[in-house]
Write a protein that binds this ligand. Structure first.
Ligand SMILES: *Cc1c(COP(=O)(O)O)cnc(C)c1O
Length: 378
C-alpha cells in the first residue's frame, strides 16, 4: 500500500536539470538571465503587461501593499478588507505596513463575499485583498465593481491561480486589478522551491517594484555586468528596499515547469470532476463549487464534512493524508480582534478537509479515496 499525500509537486526533472545546468555553466545563479526569461514567458502565458520575479508570493504581497501605500498616500492605521480563509501571508502583508486588516466573510466559493465586503467599508478603507481560493475566481467581478464604486484598490492574491482563466482571459489582468501576486512555492501548481511573481497593471509601479525588491537599488546587477561587458559600480539607492528578488536557479525550474502547466491543470480538473461526482450524492458531504470550473487551476480540493478530525484519522489509517486549508485567521493572536465578524468563515473552517489533489494520483487512487470517504461519512 503506497502513501497518498495531500499535495505533491511533480517536477520534470530532466528539463529542470538542463535549465539549471545552463545557469551553472554560465556562472550566473542570481537575479537576471533566467529570471528575465521567465518574466517574459509569464507575461506571454498570462497576458500581464508587467511581471517582476520575486523570492516568494509573501514578499510580493508585502511589496503590493508597500508600493500602493506610497503611491496613493495611505496612512498607518488605514484599512484593507481581506479574508480570514487564507494562508496568513495575505494578512501579515497588511500588518507589515502598519495598516489594519478588516475581515469580510466568504461566500459559497470560500472567496470574499461581495455583500459583506461592501458592509465592511469605512472612511478608512483603501483597498481589498482578494484571494482566489483553490484557484477559483469567485465573485471577483462583483468585488471589482464595489471597489470601482467606492474608489478602492484591489490586490489579487493569486497564489493558487497559476493557469486559471475565465473565457480565455487571466483574471489578474482584468480592469481594476491593481496588482496580482502569484506563488511558485514548493507545492503550488507551478512548483519551484520558493518564488513568486508580482504583476502590476501600471508600468511605473512595476519599475518601482524592481528597485524596492532589490534594496532600492536603481540598476540590477545583471544589467550592470552585461550592458558594457564591464561591471559598472555606479548605482544609486532610491528607497529603503528589501532583498526580495528571485534567483536564476528558481527561474530555471519555473521555465522547465511552465510548458506543462496547462496540461497539468487539465488533469487536476479531471480529478476534481471525479471527486465532485463521487461525493455529490452523499447528503452528509458538501462540495465547494467553482465558477468556470472548466478553466480553474484547482490548487486544492476541499470537502465540508460533519467531523473533520474523524475523517482525517480514517484516511490516515488507509495511508491517505488530508489537510486543512485554512484555519480561520481570526483565531490567531494578532487577529483575534476580528473574532465573530465572519460567521460563515468561522463555521466552515471547522469542517473543511483538504483531499489529496496532485499529479501522481491515478484514477484508481481517486476512486479508492471516494469509496473510503463515502463508506465512513454517512
Ligand atoms: C502559498 C500561499 C501564499 C504564500 O506564498 P509563498 O510563495 O509561499 O510566499 C500566500 N497566499 C496563499 C493563499 C497561499 O496559498
Amino acid at each position: 500500500m503506497s502513501t497518498i499525500q495531500v499535495l505533491k509537486p511533480k517536477f520534470h526533472i530532466d528539463e529542470c536539470l538542463a535549465q539549471i545546468r545552463e545557469c551553472l555553466e554560465k556562472g550566473w545563479t542570481g537575479s537576471g538571465f533566467k529570471t528575465a526569461e521567465f518574466e517574459q514567458k509569464w507575461k506571454e502565458y498570462t497576458g500581464h503587461p508587467h511581471a517582476c520575479y520575486l523570492n516568494s508570493n509573501t514578499s510580493g504581497l508585502h511589496l503590493a501593499v508597500n508600493i500602493l501605500k506610497r503611491r496613493y498616500g495611505w496612512q498607518d492605521g488605514d484599512e484593507i478588507i481581506t479574508t480570514p480563509v487564507t494562508f496568513v501571508s495575505t494578512n501579515h502583508a497588511i500588518l507589515y505596513e502598519n495598516m489594519k486588516p478588516v475581515f469580510a466573510d466568504v461566500d459559497q466559493y470560500l472567496c470574499l463575499d461581495p455583500v459583506d465586503v461592501e458592509k465592511k467599508i469605512t472612511g478608512k478603507t483603501r483597498a481589498v485583498i482578494f484571494v482566489g481560493y483553490g484557484g477559483r475566481v469567485g465573485q471577483l467581478d462583483k468585488v471589482l465593481e464595489i471597489c470601482k464604486n467606492h474608489g478602492l484598490h484591489l490586490i489579487l492574491d493569486a497564489a493558487h491561480m497559476s493557469g486559471t482563466r475565465v473565457n480565455g482571459v487571466t483574471p489578474g489582468t482584468w480592469e481594476g486589478v491593481d496588482v496580482a501576486v502569484y506563488s511558485y512555492q514548493a507545492v503550488k501548481n507551478l512548483p519551484t522551491g520558493d518564488s513568486g511573481m508580482i504583476c502590476f497593471a501600471d508600468g511605473e509601479l512595476d519599475a518601482q517594484c524592481r528597485k524596492v525588491s532589490w534594496m532600492g537599488i536603481n540598476k540590477d546587477t545583471y544589467a550592470r555586468t552585461s550592458s558594457e561587458g564591464t561591471y559598472k559600480w555606479n548605482y544609486g539607492v532610491d528607497y529603503v528596499g528589501y532583498k526580495y528578488n528571485g534567483n536564476a536557479i528558481m527561474a530555471a525550474i519555473a521555465l522547465a515547469q511552465l510548458p506543462y502547466l496547462d496540461e497539468e491543470n487539465a488533469r487536476r480538473r479531471q480529478i476534481v470532476k471525479m471527486y465532485d461526482e463521487g461525493f455529490s450524492k452523499n447528503p452528509k458531504i458538501q462540495i465547494i463549487p467553482a465558477p468556470h470550473p472548466e478553466e480553474c487551476s484547482f490548487h486544492i480540493y476541499e470537502l465540508v464534512v460533519p467531523d473533520r478530525e474523524a475523517l482525517l484519522s480514517e484516511l490516515a489509517k488507509n495511508d491517505i493524508y488530508g489537510g486543512v486549508h485554512y484555519r480561520d485567521n481570526t483565531e490567531f493572536s494578532m487577529y483575534t480582534y476580528a473574532q465573530g465578524t465572519c460567521p460563515h468563515a468561522h463555521e466552515v473552517t471547522q469542517h473543511i478537509i483538504t483531499m489529496p489533489l496532485h499529479l501522481y494520483l491515478t484514477d484508481e487512487d481517486v476512486q479508492k479515496i471516494i469509496r473510503i470517504v463515502n463508506d465512513f461519512v454517512k
